[in-house]
Design a protein. Structure first.
Length: 155
């Protein structure tokens, strides 16, 4: 079981990374034409919303004794669905939704009685704990921003 201090450290680190990411998208990320694979900065924002919410749903499900939250398909499929669902929304609307999803996730993580419980189930059957998800999200966000910045510099 995660101790209160280790839980807060995980939450604090995720919050730091998300704040840095949001600052990037409020600035250079808003206007970049850079891509990572086929994903532009807007596309990255769109899938961040879903994966933050899915993690919060999983943490909440675990907190009430429910099963790990199921992801319906692989990341590329989910990312494409997110892109299509959000394609009509402005950059500002996406940032607002992302800030709301982040607030929901922080709340769910802080209220979670045990971050070491399974909270998310990938379509492959792999199960991840709340701790693993928070660590993965922080790493994933930082990697995406770094990749976008590198791609922008290569132009």
């Amino acid at each position: 079981m995660a101790t209160p201090s280790s839980k807060e450290a995980l939450v604090t680190e995720l919050d730091r990374v998300v704040r840095e990411t949001l600052a990037y998208f409020d600035g250079a990320g808003r206007v970049t034409a850079a891509r990572v694979d086929r994903w532009h900065a807007r596309d990255v924002l769109m899938h961040f919303i879903y994966f933050h919410d899915a993690t919060a749903w999983g943490l909440q499900s675990a907190a009430v004794g429910g099963p790990p939250w199921p992801l319906p398909t692989g990341a590329d499929g989910i990312n494409e669905v997110c892109r299509r669902l959000h394609e009509h929304e402005s950059f500002d609307e996406l940032l607002t939704q992302l800030r709301q999803a982040h607030a929901r996730l922080l709340g769910a993580a802080r209220r979670a009685p045990d971050l070491d419980k399974p909270c998310l189930k990938r379509s492959t059957g792999e199960v991840l704990t709340g701790r693993q998800r928070l660590e993965l999200l922080a790493r994933h966000w930082a990697e995406h921003v770094s990749e976008l910045q590198a791609a922008a510099g290569a132009r």
